[in-house]
Design a protein around this ligand. Structure first.
Ligand code: G3H
Ligand code: 13P
Ligand code: ZN
Length: 285
């Protein structure tokens, strides 16, 4: 069934719900069938890029069908940047909205989030404070890189958001290794001390972006410190593309796309099942 992000309240401190980015039917089916088999709740999320690629009508309709399989499914906007996208998602039945105002000055971020919360009416809202490397990494110093716990407390109080994405040193996209080296060079690392401080001051579930390729032991620590939603995109893209590449190499004569996409779906499904186990959300549906 389609539910909102309040399922994170139940998870907080015990397990995390995987939030998987999807762009097409194959990714969606792979994520859902993995979670059905694991009896896990799941967050299906689409970025504005996914909406531009597939169309909001297709994405929302497919997700609604996918939600009829007996597990709780949240349909979530990931990194919304435009209020018009927020309105469109609400109109098309999304049950949860992230507006990413993390690049805005604090007061502007607060004002915009308040607007999103008032538009959302019953849907849950995720906000972000701090800078997650990769997409948003034009950052010069550690000071404005990690989420400031004082600012986080104030932000949640002022905006009334339901969950908060924090920047503690994870990164969007590939090459986490390069980034960890880059982070080391700049003195950055995964800051569990900051996460702990935020979780002591903020009641709402916390969200970890850039969750691909984070070590299982670090994931466990994050969950203990209040992270209840973990975003995964890159690991799925890599699994899908690797499978398609290998298939074409091995079977250059095949021209039926279904033959090439079936193993890709299986590869994505395997990754999702592994994540669900790592996040501890199996049998929680
Ligand atoms: O942060 C979200 C994704 O990993 C990037 O997604 O390429 O659809 O914007 P996008
Ligand atoms: P990854 O690039 O690590 O998969 O992060 C995805 C994400 O945070 C989407 O919002
Ligand atoms: Zn993200």
């Amino acid at each position: 069934m389609l539910v909102n992000g309040n399922i994170l309240k139940k998870a907080k401190g015990k397990y995390a719900v995987g939030a998987f980015d999807i762009n097409n039917l194959e990714m969606l089916k792979a994520v859902i069938s993995a979670c059905v088999e694991e009896r896990s709740p799941v967050i299906i999320q689409t970025t504005e890029g996914a909406i531009r690629y597939a169309g909001i009508e297709y994405l929302a309709s497919m997700a609604k069908i996918a939600a009829l399989q007996g597990i709780p499914v949240v349909l979530h906007l990931d990194h919304g940047q435009q209020l018009d996208t927020v309105k469109a998602c609400i109109a098309h039945g999304y049950t949860s909205i992230m507006f990413d105002g993390s690049h805005l000055p604090f007061d502007k971020n607060v004002a915009t989030m308040k607007k999103v919360v008032s538009l959302a009416k019953g849907r849950t809202v995720e906000g972000e404070l701090g800078v997650i490397l990769g997409k948003e990494d034009n950052i010069k110093s550690a000071k404005n890189f990690y989420t400031d716990p004082n600012a986080a407390e104030l932000f949640v109080k002022k905006t009334g958001i339901d969950s908060l994405a924090v920047a503690i040193g994870t990164k969007h996209g590939l090459s986490k290794k390069d980034i960890s080296e880059g982070m080391k060079k700049h003195g950055f690392r995964l800051r569990f001390d900051i996460l702990k401080e935020i979780s002591e001051r903020v009641d709402v579930p916390l969200v970890l972006h850039g969750g691909s390729d984070v070590a299982p032991a670090d994931i466990k620590k994050c969950i203990r410190l209040g992270v209840a939603k973990i975003n995964i995109d890159t690991d799925l893209r890599v699994a899908f593309t690797k499978s398609v590449r290998e298939f074409i190499k091995k079977n250059p004569e095949v021209y039926d796309p279904r033959e090439m996409l079936k193993p890709a779906m299986e590869s994505v499904k395997k990754v999702v099942k592994k994540k669900v186990r790592e996040f501890g959300s199996y049998n929680k549906a």
